[in-house]
Design a protein around this ligand. Structure first.
Ligand SMILES: Cc1ncc(C[n+]2csc(CCOP(=O)(O)OP(=O)(O)O)c2C)c(N)n1
Ligand SMILES: [Mg+2]
Length: 219
């Protein structure tokens, strides 16, 4: 299963390998709901301690940075890794100011595909034109500089190990952008099975709706 999972990731398979190599086995990995989590973060990262595995099972985007901050502030003896998408991070951009203020040992890995990637992929897989999924995204280097945060960029699978090692060695907050425009795509775009597929007009089946007759009631 792991081999099959990896085969679908192409150059992205380098990322869980690099994380497992660079971060201590008991480092918390707090993940937002993003393609990086759904495709490999929740599936291929080895978890050695259940307390190191933080993920919002309810599926709401935006909580990742807050959870990573809490974990990093609770244990300052080792680095914490946060995995977020550009869209999920935007929901709680203000938490970046908490990161800049409290300065925990947190590597915040931001997957920047300039949009709600998983929704864009789902729309395209349904033959639709992307709608409402291409987001205005900040210049993360400039944003980090404005907040006094260290910044690093991963633009290629070959960068991943060295950049993550350098970032984790800073012993403080650092925003690491994975620039997906230059990193390269997965062999097949990642999608979730759409609950709407069955509801397309050509797939709708007539359903008899029966309204129960309340026998014996006078009204
Ligand atoms: C609060 C909330 N709003 C909307 C959604 C629907 N949703 C699921 S994934 C997603 C895209 C998130 O974008 P990003 O964080 O950039 O991750 P990407 O899919 O691009 O990897 C959205 C909007 C959600 N899960 N939770
Ligand atoms: Mg995105």
């Amino acid at each position: 299963m792991r081999a099959r999972q990896r085969a679908g990731l192409g150059p992205h398979a380098e990322l869980p390998d690099a994380i497992a190599e660079v971060f201590p086995a008991d480092a918390v990995v707090a993940r937002d709901v993003t393609i990086a989590s759904s495709s490999w973060g929740n599936r291929l990262l080895p978890i050695h301690d259940p307390r190191a595995n933080v993920f919002p099972r309810g599926g709401g985007i935006g909580q990742g940075l807050g959870m990573a901050l809490g974990a990093a502030l609770a244990d300052e003896t080792r680095p914490t890794l946060g995995i977020v998408g550009d869209g999920g991070l935007a929901v709680h951009f203000g938490e970046l100011m908490t990161l800049a203020q409290e300065r925990p040992w947190l590597v915040l890995l931001v997957f920047n595909d300039r949009g709600y990637g998983v929704l864009r992929n789902m729309q395209e897989s349904l033959g639709q034109r992307p709608y409402g999924v291409d987001l205005a995204t900040p210049d993360f280097a400039a944003l980090s500089a404005a907040l006094g945060l260290d910044y690093r960029r991963i633009g290629d699978a070959g960068d991943a190990r060295a950049v993550l090692r350098d970032a984790a060695a800073l012993r403080g907050p650092v925003l690491v952008e994975v620039d997906l425009a230059s990193y390269g795509d997965m062999p097949a775009p990642f999608t979730l099975r759409s609950p709407y597929r069955a509801r397309r007009p050509d797939a709708v089946q007539a359903t008899a709706i029966t309204i129960p007759h309340h026998e014996g009631r006078s009204s």
